[in-house]
Design a protein around this ligand. Structure first.
Ligand SMILES: [Mg+2]
Length: 245
């Protein structure tokens, strides 16, 4: 087996705990929109109409996104597009004209993105990536809509792939192949690090990459496929790489 000289990393729930970030982002930008719209629509002299989130609670926004993802299968991984389109539709149904609806959907998405980028990589991650970058070619591959260029962690990666926006979300093989091609590497020399069995482990393993499965939820597996290694946390990666050497 050729030595490993390339590492590709999933981001959400691999390098940081994404769950809390998404809860705060989802509720935070929707509440912001509700408040901003109420202020915009209701001069003090007028009787305020039913609030936007009163008419469309968070669940109806979620349902609209799911409906759009089903109706536009090619866009299913482009969460930013789906969110903005869903907001625009709901705002028009709320009574706004097309231009105002687009404007407020865009403002809400700016708020969403500001909150979405308040991620805190695990404490060990910066030193870990600094050390690994001295020895391996590093790429990030995410299905999420985090713009890695907005985070300090971006400096560690030679290549960053936003798979949803290239309309080929993992488990599609294309984002893995794109990352390896841009790094001048190939699957047999590469190890992918990720938490999702379906989106990280299976596609990378099928391509012939080694895989460090970050089993944060401690799901375990009866038998790991060849080339798949189970870790509980990304901080265990250097020990695995030393074993594989
Ligand atoms: Mg993940």
């Amino acid at each position: 087996m050729p030595p490993i000289d390339t590492l590709t990393f999933d981001l959400d729930d691999t390098l940081w705990d994404n769950h809390q970030v998404m809860v705060k982002t989802e509720t935070g930008h929707y509440a912001w929109l509700d408040e901003a719209l109420t202020a915009w629509l209701s001069p003090p002299s007028e009787t305020p109409r039913a609030g936007f989130t009163e008419r469309f609670p968070l669940e109806s926004f979620v349902a609209r996104r799911q409906q759009l993802a089903r109706a536009h299968p090619l866009r299913r991984g482009d969460f930013t597009w789906i969110r903005q389109r869903a907001l625009t539709e709901l705002l028009m149904e709320y009574g706004l004209g097309q231009d105002d609806a687009s404007h407020w959907a865009a403002r809400a998405m700016e708020r969403f993105m500001a909150l979405r980028h308040q991620v805190e990589p695990y404490a060990e991650v910066d030193a870990l990536l600094t050390a690994l970058a001295g020895r391996y070619r590093l790429a990030s591959i995410t299905n999420g809509n985090v713009d890695i260029a907005r985070l300090p962690i971006a400096a560690h990666f030679r290549v960053s792939i936003a798979a949803g926006e290239m309309l080929a979300p993992k488990p599609d093989a294309r984002p893995f192949l794109a990352a390896l091609a841009r790094l001048g590497s190939r699957p047999s020399r590469a190890l992918h690090v990720g938490d999702s069995w379906r989106e990280d482990v299976l596609p990378a393993q099928r391509l012939g990459m080694q895989v460090a499965w970050i089993d944060i939820h401690d799901k375990g597996a009866a038998r790991l496929p060849p080339g798949v290694h189970r870790l509980r946390h990304v901080s265990e990666l250097p020990a695995l790489l030393a074993r594989l050497d």
